[in-house]
Design a protein. Structure first.
Length: 225
């Protein structure tokens, strides 16, 4: 399991760590399983309220699904484990970017790890969850970002890309990024772009690399440099 530091302090903008707290939901059945899902809790600004609602819903849904899938199970040789946690990558009044890591060990061939991301911004003054299409300049197609990411994955030796099994990104992969003052960070869990032993692949695109495609005067104003 790749450890996640809960705060990326260098990117918390003008906010202090004290303005972000965590809440943890626990489900446990002795000898059978233990599940924990922690989520960030932001100050109750309009954007913070949306992020809080989304992240809390994700955490509660994850625990409920794990309990549902574990119902009626025979006692395993060792207790199953499930963990979900948030890393706050960027936090300002206008933009929030969060990486969620999900880890589970259910006595299979090996433990598994997955990732999701949650990006929130004020769009024309309205708090919304955003994806790649919200960041692009008019006339730019998402596949143009795909090409940059795929080229980086090829350089990293991702087997699915090297073997030409993957030529582009699907919508879920394209929107699995976080935002910081350095640029966009894409993450691909094990099996997504390579065999399990290759682990997760991470791709960073700087604002300089993205400048032909990304609108730095809109949602990203004050972030992209």
């Amino acid at each position: 399991m790749k450890p996640l530091a809960f705060f990326a302090l260098s990117t918390l903008a003008a906010f202090s760590a004290a303005q972000v707290t965590t809440k943890t939901i626990v489900a446990r059945k002795a000898g059978y399983y233990e599940a924990k899902a922690s989520h960030a809790v932001f100050a109750t600004t309009p954007l913070g309220k949306l992020a809080n609602l989304t992240l809390a819903s994700d955490a509660n849904r994850a625990i409920a699904q794990f309990k549902r899938e574990s119902a009626g199970m025979d006692k395993p040789r060792y207790p199953y484990s499930f963990q979900q946690s948030n890393e706050v990558v960027f936090y300002s009044a206008d933009l929030i970017s969060v990486l969620t890591q999900i880890f589970w060990d259910t006595a299979g061939a090996h433990p598994n790890t997955s990732y999701t991301t949650q990006n929130f911004a004020l769009v024309n003054g309205v708090p919304k969850r955003i994806g790649m299409t919200n960041l692009l300049k008019p006339g730019i197609r998402p596949v143009q970002i795909d090409d940059l990411v795929i080229a980086k994955l090829r350089d990293l030796g991702a087997s699915e890309v090297v073997d030409n099994n993957v030529m582009g990104l699907n919508a879920q992969q394209r929107d699995r990024f976080t935002i910081s003052q350095k640029g966009l960070h894409f993450i691909f869990p094990p099996y997504d772009m390579g065999y399990y032993a290759q682990g997760a692949f991470e791709v960073d695109l700087t604002w300089a690399q993205l400048s032909p495609f990304i609108d730095t005067k809109g949602i990203l104003k004050g972030v992209a440099r």
